[in-house]
Design a protein around this ligand. Structure first.
Ligand SMILES: Nc1ncnc2c1ncn2[C@@H]1O[C@H](COP(=O)(O)OP(=O)(O)O)[C@@H](O)[C@H]1O
Ligand SMILES: [Mg+2]
Length: 56
């Protein structure tokens, strides 16, 4: 898969939490989500994946 993004795996629970927060925010209820972890654990990848399904 040279030159393409690696396949995102797992993190179903975290994605569901982010999408739930996004849904509440879209409904007018402000949300704050904190993503923490050691360098390389997958914070940026998680948010990139979540945003694919939160275009609005
Ligand atoms: N859920 C995942 N599935 C596949 N690869 C992942 C996943 N999470 C992270 N990676 C890979 O691990 C590496 C580090 O991820 P990254 O999101 O940059 O970490 P962080 O932002 O926490 O430092 C990247 O090469 C990324 O593609
Ligand atoms: Mg990062």
């Amino acid at each position: 898969m040279r030159g393409s993004q690696p396949t995102f795996v797992g993190r179903a629970h975290e994605l569901a939490q982010i999408h739930a927060a996004a849904g509440s925010a879209a409904g007018g209820q402000a949300q704050f989500v904190l993503v923490e972890g050691l360098p390389g654990v997958g914070k940026t990848s998680l948010l990139d994946e979540a945003l694919k399904h939160c275009a609005d």
